[in-house]
Ligand binder design. Structure first.
Ligand SMILES: [Zn+2]
Length: 489
């Protein structure tokens, strides 16, 4: 059996989750569910980055001990997973013992090997990034990501010999699937070619929060280094069964702002530690709200929980997957949610189910006779195309193709006019529509799992696998239920 290991980035818990967090978790969830549909053994990991200085600062501002503050805020991220129907197999917290042990273990290995050494660091530090920036990273003397001036710092520190691994990493980047989509790979390739990869500072002094460096209690492991190691610590590196079964990761799904750290630094650390690098770093863009960048100061942060309460988890999931091409920035707006809900979910899909089930109940009291497969309707399903879009992580295209089939089914009803048909002819039409609906339910399952469950219930069918997406004798017992979606104004 094939395995598939997918992760999201882990989130800072200095504030409640916003719509960007929701987006990342949902898209990774759809990919994970798709691979389960293929019969693969899947491990989907998400979690929280708790050792960051940001968390400890936010706790101080709130007047709460950091540990307590972090424990409380993690709850919001776990609740978000629940409310969005995220099927993660584990939720890693970087304050867990197992994570601390693995981080220290790997740090020590690199230290013993001489790939981490002691020196002095002098540089410009961005508190937002929790990292040093070089002159060429700056825009108008500020961090472009955080729009904040930088603090000059000089301190004794540990360094990782990043320069030593430049060739190794270059070679990885040359393989076409290491970073996807390819625009994001090209960005990293051109940057690494012009960069001599200075050794990386991997420690911080005088912090009261974070993971101690083994044998040096006054210094903490740089939070970025411990954070990326969550992907192996969650599998109980080095001896855990999950590590043996699932590593290397098949997909690390991340935002574009942390591509460099995942695509360049992470593999270098892994290679140094003797761990195989991941297969693919999949990079997404940022969300805007009504065309504007999301920011606290603009007051346009959207609480994803509110959107779910108002429109339902599946509508939000559908919008994320349908509206935003992989790798591109995308917009999240209430209008788009309403339009997709009314037109595609309620009109196209909801109506199809309700028309078919109503006809079956009326004509055959729910007992549908064995029918003949109709090539017309079968031909409008292009499964190969859907699968290949999913393999390339073009979720919006896969969904458009699935919806093409849903619309073809609606057209089929209009053409056949089953309300005028009788007997065997009517039986055939309804059989084909029921089988089409059963197949649609399998295909939409990863995207809108609640809706798929509801349709199965009305059809009297069980959730299928991808291999079941072909016309077979229909085995359900349809019974009309509530409308799948309620339109909104
Ligand atoms: Zn910054």
């Amino acid at each position: 059996m094939e395995k598939f290991y997918i992760t999201t980035a882990i989130d800072y818990v200095n504030a409640k989750p916003h719509v960007g967090h929701a987006y990342e978790k949902v898209i990774a969830d759809i990919i994970a569910r798709w691979h389960r549909l293929k019969g693969e053994k899947v491990f989907y990991l998400t979690g929280t980055d708790e050792n960051a200085q940001k968390n400890s600062q936010a706790a101080k501002e709130a007047g709460i001990p950091t540990r307590k503050f972090v424990d409380k805020n993690v709850g919001f991220f776990k609740d978000l997973c629940k409310i969005l129907n995220i099927s993660n197999d584990y939720f890693i917290r970087t304050t867990e013992d197992r994570h601390i042990k693995v981080s220290q273990n790997i740090f020590k290995r690199l230290l013993d090997k001489g790939d981490i050494y002691k020196g002095f660091y002098e540089g410009l530090y961005c508190e937002g990034c929790e990292g040093y920036l070089t002159e060429k990273d700056l825009v108008d003397g500020k961090c472009p990501e955080h729009q904040k001036p930088l603090k000059p710092l000089r301190e004794e520190a540990y360094f990782f010999k990043l320069s030593k691994y430049k060739d190794h990493v270059m070679k990885l980047l040359e393989s076409p699937n290491f970073i996807l989509p390819k625009e994001k790979r090209n960005e990293m390739l051109s940057r690494i070619k012009s960069d001599d990869l200075k050794d990386l500072c991997v420690s911080r002094k005088n912090l009261d929060w974070g993971i101690d460096i083994p044998g040096d209690k006054n210094t903490k492991i740089y939070v970025w280094l411990d954070a990326i190691l969550n992907y192996v610590s969650a599998l109980d590196y080095p001896d855990g069964n999950n590590f043996k079964k699932f590593w290397p990761a098949d997909v690390h799904f991340i935002g574009k702002g942390i591509n460099w750290f995942h695509s360049i630094i992470f593999p270098a650390i892994l290679i140094s530690a003797g761990i195989e690098p991941p297969k693919t770093i999949l990079v997404h863009g940022y969300l805007t709200v009504n065309g504007q960048k999301i920011s606290k100061s603009l007051g346009n942060t959207i609480d994803p929980v509110e959107s779910v309460n108002k429109y339902g988890a599946d509508t939000v999931r559908y919008l994320f997957a349908r509206e935003i091409p992989m790798g591109e920035d995308g917009d999240f707006s209430e209008q788009a949610l309403k339009d997709r809900l009314n037109n595609e979910l309620a009109n196209d899909l909801g109506n199809l189910l309700s028309r078919v089930v109503t006809l079956v109940e009326k004509s055959f009291s729910g007992q549908i006779p064995a029918g003949k497969a109709d090539t017309q309707i079968q031909k409008s399903l292009n499964l190969k195309k859907i699968e290949s879009y999913m393999e390339r992580f073009e979720l919006h295209n896969a969904l458009a193709e699935i919806w093409g089939f849903i619309r073809a089914c609606n057209r089929y009803i209009n053409e056949k006019e089953p309300w005028k048909q009788k007997g065997e002819e009517l039986g055939n039409t309804l059989y084909n529509l029921l089988e089409a609906l059963r197949i649609i339910t399998i295909l939409i399952g990863p995207f809108i799992p609640d809706t798929a469950d509801k349709i199965n219930k009305q059809l009297g069918t069980k959730a299928g696998m991808l291999k079941d997406c072909k016309f077979k004798p229909f085995n359900g017992r349809p019974k009309k239920g509530e409308h799948l979606f309620t339109k909104v104004k």
